[in-house]
Design a protein around this ligand. Structure first.
Ligand code: FA5
Length: 357
């Protein structure tokens, strides 16, 4: 091959590569053009390099020099196109780099999970009624989850099958179980009867009353855990909102009007409240709270007047103060308002579902 023919082929290659890089409309097209010209195995530049062997011996230095120049030119053209692509100017040279008449690219913003939104809204509503937010741990001891709440040792609510007791390595009741043959694991894990994942937010009532003197006016919102099978209205981990008000002369009428105000604010419109007699060890009398909304009665949770035994357990004098408490399921309240028929949707985290909130 003559030197002139070799140089002409290389010049044509630079022109071709430069125009293809400039015309690439997007990153994928630019990458395809890069492979076509600069591909390590079968790129056109690689093919052109083979032509070097066919050039006469005397022309080889000039041909080699030309080849290197062309290689640099093609690499520079690619780098320039790549810069334009990443700086957002657009790669194509055929149209304007930036078209101000086009709508902007919308950045997809996430938002709070519907349950978190509900929790924030419930805090807001109760805050306007003068309730401050209290927190308690999710890993609880038996005193706060049961005993101080007037739930005695033999009570079925304390059954290991009804709760998530925590396993601890090596010890039960302070005695080592190593070598007991019950568990071949060198660090046997055995249920610790003293610690469990809290089964209700009523635990926070006790923690607050232990820490402060009346009057008390708190809510607490958070996760609770029960070994319930998941279905449309149950989940093994769910959220409750707990309310507690302790003061002089608190009555059931205060409880009912607070819950009515709460329900009216959250659901909007005219909401009727109905109490059905019920039983909770920590309230007397106890009620299930139903609410009528859109012509249907809905169970919201449990409530009642704080049992004198609970007041005594935290050092309050039941002759001096009284109070009410309530505990509602956040998933159910939220599902009802948004007409979600299955609370498991809140935990599937399908974006198509979450986007609707
Ligand atoms: C209680 O947990 C009492 N601590 C409520 C209470 C507080 C009564 C203060 C009196 C005074 P209960 O087990 O009924 O009560 O649960 C309250 C609400 O939690 C239920 O009405 C329901 O809305 C919700 N709930 C209960 N179990 C589940 C579950 N597995 N999944 C989702 N929500 C649940």
């Amino acid at each position: 091959m003559s030197l002139d023919a070799f140089i002409a082929d290389l010049d044509a290659l630079v022109a071709d590569a430069t125009s293809k890089f400039a015309a690439a409309a997007d990153a994928a097209a630019l990458e395809a053009a890069r492979v076509e010209f600069l591909g390590a195995k079968s790129g056109k530049l690689k093919d052109a390099q083979k032509g070097l062997g066919a050039v006469g011996k005397d022309d080889k230095p000039a041909a080699g020099k030309k080849f290197n120049e062309v290689k640099q030119a093609i690499e520079a053209a690619f780098a320039a196109a790549q810069d334009r692509s990443t700086s957002g100017e657009g790669v194509a040279a055929t149209g304007p780099a930036f078209d101000p008449s086009q709508p902007g690219t919308r950045h997809r913003l996430g938002h709070l999970h519907p349950l978190t939104q509900t929790i924030e809204e419930l805090k807001d509503i109760m805050g306007r009624l003068g309730f401050t937010v209290a927190h308690g741990p999710e890993i609880e001891d038996e005193r706060h989850n049961f005993e101080a709440l007037n739930i005695p040792k033999a009570h079925p609510a304390r059954d290991p099958l009804e709760n998530f007791y925590l396993a601890v390595a090596g010890k039960v009741h302070g005695a080592s179980v190593q070598g007991s043959g019950l568990n071949a694991n060198p660090e046997p894990r055995t249920p610790n009867p003293e610690l469990l994942l809290r089964s209700q937010t009523s635990t926070v009532q006790i923690r607050v009353m232990e820490a402060q003197q009346p009057p008390v006016r708190i809510i607490s919102l958070g996760r609770v855990y029960r070994p319930d099978d998941a279905d449309a209205t149950h989940y093994p981990m769910f959220h409750q909102i707990e309310g507690l008000l302790i003061d002089k002369h608190v009555t059931m009428a205060d409880l009912k009007s607070t819950l009515r105000l709460f329900a009216g604010s959250y659901f909007g419109g005219e909401v009727h409240i109905r109490f059905r007699p019920s039983f909770f060890p920590f309230t007397e009398p106890s009620v299930e709270v139903d609410m009528q909304w859109n012509d249907r009665w809905i169970e919201m949770g449990g409530a009642g007047m704080v049992d004198p035994n609970v007041l005594r357990a935290v050092g309050y004098d039941p002759e001096q103060v009284s109070g009410f408490a309530f505990g509602l399921g956040v998933e159910r309240v939220c599902a009802r308002r948004h007409q979600v028929t299955d609370i498991r949707e809140f935990y599937r985290n399908d974006v198509r579902f979450l986007e609707q909130f």
